[in-house]
Design a protein around this ligand. Structure first.
Ligand code: PLP
Length: 394
């Protein structure tokens, strides 16, 4: 008789975004005259830049002519895009072979799918607060999860604890939800720990393009020895507005082995069995991101989101509200004033300032008492939100 995957019954229902939208919809229904400003969801609002559109148009044109039409593409991605990505890594002094780069339809898919190549007996180490997909994908597989506390005592950057034995370690820097970034020394500690444990680090670099501080690594492979113990998962979603277009890339170095088994080979086998590649036109568009003009234009867009962070940061400072993030990240993580709970602050901001943010507790227990503001918003809305915030009395 058919049986379902019983592990799904162990998933905790995520009420976070459904609760938020329910509360926001109710508020809007009762206050149709009020303009609600969303600084909640981490989705981009600015359109694709011209070099990306040019790539899309070229791709469409190629598909319309018999000489240039493309059917199934290589599962690992077209060489033209992998060559460009190889060049991008050189900017961080990271040398990769193109066969170490896998073009994906985004980071979320690969973060979940990569678990196919690991045993369900592995112990997983996950920071709290956290991007929820790391937890749920492992619960679905029935893996044991150990949480590590990211809190104010470690500036929301958990460091290795050698008394905890782990096989798979999730790190996200710049971090969603906290906006915190690991420096070189801290990442070195993680690489040393992973090697000691014989573990693999799944390094989520979805927000690397927001790093402007030159001392902060964009890639874990900037740390000596990381190629032996880390997989890096990247995304063009926030880098270049691809949340709707869908493209990312995952790096698995040849050096990365489990015993004699190459993880690169396992992943290639997994991908060629279960994945048929990213659309040609999307890969053409992605190539546009890395052209000289594409780099300049995407930087302009990222800078405008970071300008929003500056505006919000300035008002929080003025109001003596502590926060981190916003400097190398699109997220601001603030301490709820007067020991308010995350949801109490959510309700207050919605009612009194008509601003939507995300209660920190939705990302894990250490998020209670904290609140995330997303800077993916139009500048004029952020300026208006800042004016409204200033008027609040706590
Ligand atoms: N990783 C983190 C930390 C994220 O915040 C997100 C999206 O918000 C993703 C991965 C997913 O990115 P993608 O759109 O490439 O699937």
């Amino acid at each position: 008789m058919l049986k379902v995957n019983e592990n799904f019954s162990n998933l905790t229902k995520s009420y976070l975004f459904s609760n938020i939208s329910q509360k926001v919809n109710e508020f809007k229904a009762n206050n149709p005259d009020k303009k609600v400003i969303s600084l909640g969801i981490g989705d981009v609002v600015l359109p694709l830049c011209a070099p990306v559109i040019k790539g899309l148009e070229e791709g469409v044109k190629d598909m319309s002519a018999i000489e240039t039409f493309k059917g199934y593409g290589p599962e690992q991605g077209y060489a033209f895009l992998r060559d460009v990505l190889q060049g991008y890594y050189k900017e961080f002094s990271v040398e990769l072979n193109t066969n170490e780069i896998f073009v994906s339809d985004g980071a979320k898919s690969d973060l979940g799918n990569i678990l196919d190549i690991f045993s369900k007996d592995n112990v997983v180490l996950i920071p709290d607060p956290v991007y929820p997909a790391y937890v749920d994908t492992n619960v679905m597989d029935g893996r044991k999860i150990v949480f590590m506390d990211s809190n104010i005592s470690n500036n929301f950057l958990a460091l290795p604890d050698y008394s905890v034995k782990a096989d798979i370690i999730y790190l996200c820097s710049p971090n969603n939800p906290t906006g915190a970034v690991y420096n070189r020394e801290q990442l070195t500690k993680w690489v040393e720990y992973a090697k000691e444990m014989g573990a693999v680090i799944l390094f989520d670099a979805a927000y690397e393009a927001f790093i402007s501080d030159e001392s902060i690594p964009h890639s874990i492979y900037e740390i000596p020895g990381a190629k032996d113990c880390a997989i890096e998962v990247c995304s063009l979603s926030k880098t270049a507005g691809f949340t709707g277009l869908r493209c990312g890339y995952t790096v698995i170095p040849m050096e990365l082995k489990c015993g004699e088994t190459s993880l690169n080979e396992l992943w290639l086998r997994r991908q060629s069995t279960k994945f048929n590649g990213v659309p040609y036109i999307v890969q053409k568009a992605a190539t546009g991101v890395f052209s000289k003009e594409g780099r300049a234009k995407t930087k302009e867009v990222i800078d405008s989101y970071k300008e929003n962070a500056k505006v919000l940061g300035a008002v929080l400072k003025e109001m003596s509200i502590d926060y981190i993030g916003g400097e190398n990240s699109p997220y601001i993580w603030l301490k709820c004033p007067n020991e308010m709970s995350s949801w109490d602050l959510f309700d207050m901001l919605l009612e009194k300032a008509n601003i939507v943010g995300t209660p920190g507790v939705g990302f894990g227990k250490n998020g209670e008492g904290y609140f995330r503001l997303s800077c993916f918003a139009l500048k004029e809305n952020v300026i208006e939100a800042a004016e409204r915030l200033k008027k609040l009395q706590f």
